[in-house]
Design a binder for this molecule. Structure first.
Ligand code: ZN
Length: 700
């Protein structure tokens, strides 16, 4: 702590002059709802503001440690919760802009600030005196008469420290630090290997006849790939943007097979980017960390703060889904095989054939595509529909507020008010791609909700998308997937806007990872509801309502080969759990172990000497270790929760109110299963997802 304080003090002196000279980040905002004064904040304000903010945070923490009184919930846990408010205030515009309006200068600052922040955070998380006070409060937890929310804050605070080794002896702490360092190097190297091996593969095609079946715009992409590489022809690679459409449309079976094999043998054939040994090392290092912290396996360690709670519950769900979906997936496979045979394919459908024949069969059965739907999803209409849905369900209203400053002229800011006209939140919307905005779609907050003293300090939320922008002649028309993306992120934003919690670290979307996608995914269910679409989905030229048979087709295509997709997801979940439930160091054959873990989920013929573990970045270099199941977990939840709306009416106010009061307002203030059961009256079952996916439940 002291060393950090000195460094900060010294560097702060140098910037003190700039910092004090009217740095808007360090002043109370005098804007509407104290929104961020984007017009006044300049890039050069961030670094000095960060230094002041970190110093203030360190002082806040010191004050907690130096308090001569015995540690209490208020003087330690709540004080810690409130420490660093200025740091949050400075970070929030900075990191939001880094994603949605980045510049070279911002990125430079990020590079400078990131190691400082890590050091700053470590100095707090590893502070022995601070942890001693936290632990003292935690040990009295049963005597303290805390509310459920206070109990949760105490538990989260304590576990945050404990899970990062605060309870260990000095010698074990050193081991812990060594192991986490090793792990972060291994995962970094793993990720880089996947990237490099993926980028290494290029296949130049000079005979266009080999590319029959590929759509024209895709051929153009391949041609421009070649040109960029200084070549003539069409250049194939293994990036998803090339691999996925190629496998779907390319008629040439040999090429499909070649690409498939290249993709599924990445990082496992002994080259310089081989990851096989890294897989073993990562799994074993994680096991060591878990053991050091007194957990039997890494999954046990990770699942402590999840709705699923333990590996038995995870496996229970996976096994149930497997049993229900497998017979249907086998039928789907047979249908694709029959279709292929009927169309002259005298061979067994292999993984490199699956996507191609599935796509053809889907076309034959449903004949529906994006271009047919887009005219009905004009952005302005969709916005009315989506906002209107929140008005229907929760009585909230959206009023554009031009006085709120925005970071780009395309961004719009809304005052959101509740059913009594009371101010609820600020919502920013940012719809189109720009240079400086990263890909994808997300929701975030500029300010989270909390209760300070007796004041409910309302949140400021942003939803950011990358929808095709309007042209001179055409308004912005969304695809069906984009409509769902909008509903999804808007669902997250409702979680952020409707929240009513005391502590910021528990409010809004600050919930366990396998619960956070419930409020977002549930909204996607409305996308194919006729009653909802009828309200806004009108042809942008003729004003004609979206035809009922088109809605039917959307629903049908959504269920096409859904059992196969589910099994594929399950195979990844089992593989993830397999690696992370190990209770002994793994020295065996990585690919052999993988095939064993995934065997029960396989419908297509297994291809020897191919593997997933060496390129499964989600779990070996991303944050999804023992967490891949969350995708399925959340789907089960959203289907189960939406079934209540289906039964009572998709605009039913009573159901909506219950969802709002029990889930959306509560953030992470109680265990998600408790919150969920209050809404649902029981634990979730897989019945609703089976029904939605058109799966007949097997007899027991
Ligand atoms: Zn989401």
């Amino acid at each position: 702590m002291s060393q950090l304080k000195i460094t900060l003090l010294m560097s702060t002196l140098a910037v003190a002059v700039t910092a004090m000279a009217g740095n808007p980040l360090l002043e109370t905002y005098k804007t509407p709802h104290q929104t961020i004064p984007f017009n006044e904040i300049k890039t050069e304000h961030y670094l000095p503001a960060y230094e002041v903010a970190m110093k203030q945070h360190a002082q806040n923490v010191d004050a907690i440690i130096d308090n001569p009184e015995a540690a209490t919930f208020e003087n330690t846990i709540v004080a810690l919760e409130h420490s660093g408010a200025l740091l949050t205030k400075v970070s929030s515009p900075f990191y939001n802009l880094l994603s949605s309006e980045t510049t070279d200068e911002l990125q430079e600052i990020a590079e400078k600030i990131s190691p400082l922040l890590t050091e700053h955070t470590n100095s707090i998380n590893l502070n022995v005196k601070l942890f001693a006070r936290v632990k003292a409060v935690y040990l009295q937890k049963d005597k303290l008469k805390l509310t459920p929310e206070q109990q949760m804050l105490l538990k989260d605070t304590y576990e945050g420290f404990a899970k990062s080794g605060a309870n260990l002896s000095d010698a074990d702490k050193a081991v812990y630090r060594e192991l986490t360092k090793e792990l972060s190097l291994l995962t970094l190297q793993y990720g880089q290997n996947v990237l490099k091996e993926t980028n290494k593969f290029n296949l130049l095609i000079t005979n266009k006849a080999l590319l029959t079946g590929l759509p024209d715009d895709f051929l153009q992409v391949l041609a421009s790939n070649a040109k960029k590489a200084g070549k003539e022809g069409w250049l194939l690679n293994l990036k998803a943007t090339c691999y996925v459409p190629f496998m779907k449309y390319a008629e040439n079976r040999d090429l499909r097979r070649e690409l498939y094999l290249a993709n599924t043998t990445k990082c496992m054939t002994g080259g310089e980017y081989d990851n096989v040994e890294n897989v073993r090392k990562i799994a074993n290092t994680r096991l060591k960390i878990a053991n050091l912290l007194d957990y039997k396996s890494y999954a046990d360690y990770e699942l402590v703060d999840r709705m699923a709670e333990n590996k038995a519950n995870v496996y229970n769900l996976l096994d149930k889904l497997l049993k229900a979906y497998k017979p249907e997936a086998e039928k789907e496979y047979q249908a694709v095989q029959d279709y292929a045979t009927k169309n002259g394919a005298y061979f067994i459908v292999h993984p490199w054939d699956w996507s191609y024949y599935s796509e053809k069969l889907k076309d034959e059965k449903y004949a529906v595509n994006d271009e047919m739907l887009k005219p009905y999803f004009e952005l302005e209409n969709v916005k009315k529909g989506v906002f209107g849905l929140a008005t229907h369900l929760y009585g909230i209203h959206f009023t554009k507020n031009a006085k709120i400053q925005v970071y780009n002229p395309e961004v719009q800011a809304y005052d959101v008010t509740d059913e009594h006209g009371k101010f609820l939140a600020v919502l920013y919307t940012d719809f189109h791609p720009r240079e400086g905005k990263r890909a994808g779609a997300w929701m975030n907050d500029f300010k989270a909700q909390s209760i300070i003293g007796t004041t409910d300090s309302r949140p400021q939320i942003t939803v950011v998308m990358n929808f095709t922008r309007p042209t001179d002649t055409k308004p912005a028309l969304l695809t069906y997937d984009e409509l769902k993306t909008f509903l999804h992120e808007f669902g997250h934003s409702l979680h952020g806007m409707l929240t009513k919690c005391t502590y910021e670290s528990l409010s809004g979307t600050n919930v366990y990872r396998d619960f956070v996608e419930l409020p977002s995914q549930i909204m996607e269910n409305w996308a194919s509801e006729k009653e909802f679409l009828d309200g806004f989905a009108k042809h942008y030229q003729t004003g004609e309502k979206i035809p009922a048979d088109l809605i039917q087709k959307i629903k049908a295509t959504e269920n096409f080969n859904t059992a196969y997709s589910c099994l594929r997801q399950l195979s990844f979940c089992y593989l993830d759990m397999g690696w992370h439930t190990l209770e002994k160091p793994f020295e065996g054959d990585v690919i052999g172990f993988e095939k064993q873990q995934m065997a029960s989920t396989q419908v297509l013929p297994m291809v020897p000497n191919t593997g997933m573990s060496p390129t499964f970045s989600h779990i070996f270099s991303g944050g999804y270790a023992a967490g891949y199941y969350s995708y399925k977990w959340a789907e089960v939840l959203d289907a189960d929760a939406f079934s209540v709306f289906s039964a009572n009416g998709i605009f039913d106010k009573k159901t909506a109110n219950s969802f709002r009061q029990n889930i959306l307002t509560k953030g992470g203030t109680e265990h998600p299963m408790i919150l969920y059961k209050r809404f649902r009256g029981q634990e979730p079952t897989i019945d609703a997802i089976l029904k939605r996916d058109g799966i007949v439940q097997p007899a027991n």
